[in-house]
Design a protein. Structure first.
Length: 151
């Protein structure tokens, strides 16, 4: 899955572990429940053009670790949606080649496009933050903050 954000939740994980022991749930159950909450928030916040990005969202469960987010193979542009892009030039992949696209029904051929960049449409960080906010005091005591990551 593409890395479009991360957070250091070590202290929160400890708090969740203590909470799971008190409630009788396993740490893994608490992680999966939390992951499902974050995934649901992410799905609501994901901008939809074709549905591919939203459809690529998922949960990967590993030992004592849960990864939530888009599949980098299905939506390699996920980070660009989350963080936006700067203005940049687009050139053909092959030397001497041309770019071909359609504008208003007219086919356009060119060797260079000056792209203005895109605005960010965050969906991962706000979803995580909504989950943290839902934990209230536990998250505040663990001092959990979302960390920006352009990996």
């Amino acid at each position: 899955m593409a890395s479009v954000g991360s957070a250091d939740v070590t202290r929160l994980a400890d708090a969740l572990h203590r909470a799971s022991q008190e409630s009788g749930a396993t740490t893994q159950q608490v992680l999966i429940q939390s992951a499902n909450h974050i995934l649901a928030e992410m799905e609501v916040r994901t901008p939809v053009r074709t549905g591919n990005l939203r459809g690529s969202l998922g949960i990967k469960i590993e030992t004592n670790r849960v990864i939530i987010g888009p599949d980098e193979h299905r939506a390699p542009y996920a980070g660009y949606v989350e963080f936006g892009t700067r203005p940049h030039d687009i050139r053909p992949k092959k030397p001497g080649g041309v770019l071909v696209f359609t504008v208003g029904g007219t086919k356009v051929y060119t060797k260079l496009v000056h792209h203005p960049g895109t605005h960010p449409h965050p969906y991962v960080r706000p979803a995580f933050q909504a989950w943290v906010d839902s934990l209230g005091t536990m998250a505040a005591e663990a001092n959990v903050k979302v960390i920006r990551d352009h990996a």
